[in-house]
Ligand binder design. Structure first.
Ligand code: FAD
Length: 653
């Protein structure tokens, strides 16, 4: 094998979305030479798709808002399974992170008196989302990118080289986090265009790779969301936390089929849009669960008054947390009251003037006009649930974002678990990226600059390269260098097409581990995943390493299969319904599960596609009891409300 190029850095950040860029800025500002590596083009990360806004209790639209209200909303939304210290830091620090963006050049929409405008979103008591129309993610990434360029210009003035202390490797994919003993020592990656392998050596690696939606058939997520960071952490020995919690956003497009799943932002409801069934009923009034009854309007008149007078009226039930709305839509469709294409109706056309729709929701207007030939200023949209976000992720320390059990590994953004509990509130991701991206960069830099540099072993580089080349050595490929493992594979069956395997995986997860889950179906899913894992070892590709999307997908399959098994196994284990995890056979939330985390670990980290026993699979599950919530934080809630969530022993402690 040819020599693999190596470069030395202090901190490597995998991912250039909001979390990755914020981490990189922080690490570089704290003196660490920092490399950012991303699968897509710089500036094209999934974060650019974020529409509605960044949740931060700045109190611009309602001065009663502050971090304690935001904290309470976040815990209610997550059904009290949130890592409470993360939720506390998030609520306290989000306003500073938004203001900081403004000092770096972000142009938010304004209130009449010139402050940053904040809009309503599901589960947030007050208007809280700082936004730029419905293109907030784009502005966030543009601003962070601009900040990176500014830092590079500063470095050029000091060192004569723009990329001496902060460099972006775009269109490069990391396939392994490398270790020296128990410590992280770098990453192994390939350049998508040339297929060239290279190693970035560093004592600290921040994983900021986003989510897992591409394992599901109907999803709002971009092509990058193949769960790479989740799998990289597992393979490096870090556990994943509460992977059963996958958010199905209530409003994705349902028609035409080619765009099924594309998001219809929650701002549509936040700005006054309502949901109706085929009988024309605003059905959400029938779906307000007991835990939320006191906070939501009982009549359409009260709900409509709330938009102008939120202090004396209760919120419309269309603004319940996402899990509630998604389940309600699912029930209406199942009961035969759906729209012609299997969704329900979301209407702004009768709620606000056409010009207001176009001004406040420009992307939605164009999205429906161009993709579905629907004019949303004149007719209702058809919408239904779509896989949107994963609450589960790398188990991290709340303050430092350090991944559990692997010194030098950090995780931030959607790939990290804990912050959102069992269900994320809209807008809380963009603020999460900024708050914990900064913390990850800060602590990764401190760690990297504080100790001895670890060493990357040549044999580990060789193994990572061999693993990456496996798709060329299976039956469909040249067969060269297949070795004993390749021979065993060939004996095991015919070559497999990575695209066909991906489709089968997506169908399996959608049908058997989707929005409503049943024990027998999840068992069936685990059997299917075991079969797919064996077949994925034979996923062969033709051609060479120069821009070869089939090869890229064959490598991504390992990650999607690992992550899917985590989701299915944890979902089978948790015998209750909570947030983004709904069991038909255990339909209620069970207080005994309130303080239980499920941790997934990989049994054989040397081989992500090991042909292990199909019943036991690759993943082992452990239960752990969560830390008790700090008393001063519990005191922010009424005792009566706590009694709905907390186990008896927690309440009386
Ligand atoms: P990303 O922005 O996805 O970045 C991940 C990065 O990792 C990318 O650069 C990718 O190329 C890179 N990467 C992945 N794998 C690898 C690998 N193996 N090697 C190298 N690089 C890799 N949240 C809100 O709070 N408010 C909103 O209004 C909102 N709107 C949304 C609208 C849509 C349509 C969607 C889909 C989501 C929305 N969200 C919103 C959620 C939010 O956008 C995401 O959760 C968030 O952007 C994730 O950011 P991140 O930095 O964690 O990851």
């Amino acid at each position: 094998m040819s020599v693999v190029e190596r470069q030395e850095w202090d901190v490597v950040v995998v991912g250039a979305g909001g979390a990755g860029l914020r981490a990189a800025i922080e690490a570089r500002e704290r003196g660490a030479r920092t490399a950012v590596i991303c699968k897509s083009l710089f500036g094209k990360a999934h974060t650019v798709m974020a529409e509605g806004g960044i949740a931060a209790a700045m109190g611009n639209a309602n001065e009663r808002d502050d971090w304690t209200v935001h904290f309470r909303d976040t815990l209610r939304g997550g059904k009290f399974l949130n890592q409470w210290r993360m939720a506390e830091l998030h609520a306290k620090e989000a306003p500073d992170r938004v203001w900081e963006l403004e000092t770096w050049g972000a142009l938010f929409d304004r209130t009449k008196d010139g402050r940053i405008s904040q809009r309503n979103f599901g589960g947030h008591e007050y208007p809280r989302l700082a936004h730029v129309g419905d293109r907030t993610g784009l502005e966030l990434i543009r601003t962070l990118q601009q900040r990176i360029v500014a830092l590079q210009q500063e470095d050029h003035r000091r060192t004569g080289a723009y990329e001496s202390r902060l460099k972006v490797f775009q269109e490069c994919t990391v396939t392994r986090v490398l270790k020296d003993g128990s410590r992280v020592c770098g990453v192994f990656a390939y350049e998508r265009e040339s297929g060239r392998f290279f190693v970035l050596e560093a004592p600290a690696v921040v994983i900021a790779t986003g989510g897992i939606g591409k394992s599901f058939k109907v999803t709002s997520n971009s092509w990058e969301y193949t769960g790479d960071g989740h799998a990289l952490a597992l393979l490096a020995g870090a556990p994943l936390l509460n992977m059963e919690f996958v958010q199905f956003h209530p409003t994705g497009m349902v028609w035409p089929p080619s765009v099924k799943g594309i998001l219809v932002t929650e701002s549509v409801r936040g700005d006054g849009g309502v949901l109706r069934n085929s009988d024309g009923e605003r059905f959400m009034f029938d779906y307000v669960p007991d835990v939320f009854k006191e906070k939501y309007a009982e009549s359409e008149a009260e709900a409509d008054r709330w938009y102008d007078d939120p202090d004396r009226n209760r919120r419309p039930p269309e603004l319940l947390p996402r899990d509630e709305v998604a389940r309600a839509i699912n029930s209406e469709v199942k009961a035969g009251r759906g729209s012609p294409h299997g969704g329900v109706f979301l209407d702004v056309s009768t709620r606000m003037p056409a010009e207001t729709v176009k001004r406040r929701l420009p992307s939605m207007y164009h999205q429906f006009k161009e993709l579905a030939d629907v004019d949303i200023t004149a007719e209702a949209m058809e919408v239904g649930p779509t896989c949107h976000y994963v609450m589960g992720g790398v188990a991290v320390d709340s303050d430092t974002a350090a991944a559990r059990g692997v010194p030098g590994l950090y995780a931030a953004g959607e790939v990290a678990g804990g912050m959102h509990g069992s269900n994320r509130l809209g807008g809380n991701s963009l603020s999460d990226l900024l708050v914990f991206g900064r913390r990850a960069g800060w602590h990764a830099a401190e760690y990297a600059l504080g100790g001895e540099r670890p060493r990357v072993a040549e044999e580990d580089v060789g193994s990572a390269a061999a693993e990456a080349l496996r798709p060329f050595s299976a039956e469909a490929g040249a067969g060269a260098g297949a070795g004993a493992a390749g021979a065993a594979d060939r004996a095991g069956g015919p070559p497999e097409n990575p695209y066909a395997l991906h489709q089968e995986l997506q169908q399996t997860m959608n049908d058997l581990v989707g929005i409503i889950r049943r024990e027998a179906e999840m068992e069936q899913a685990l059997e299917k995943l075991a079969e797919l894992r064996v077949r994925a070892r034979r996923a062969g590709v033709e051609g060479h390493r120069q821009f070869n999307p089939g090869w890229h997908l064959a490598l991504d399959l390992r990650n999607m299969l690992l992550v899917s098994e985590c989701v299915a196994r944890a979902a089978l284990e948790r015998t209750e319904s909570r947030g983004g995890h709904t069991r038909e056979d255990h339909a209620a939330m069970d207080r005994r599960w309130r303080n239980v985390n499920l941790l997934c670990r990989l049994t054989d980290p040397t081989d992500g596609l090991a042909a292990t026993d199909p019943v036991r699979g690759q993943i082992t599950l452990d239960r752990e009891t969560t830390d008790p919530v700090r008393p001063d934080l519990l005191a922010l809630f009424e005792q009566e409300e706590l009694a709905k969530y907390l186990a008896d022993e927690e309440l009386y402690r």
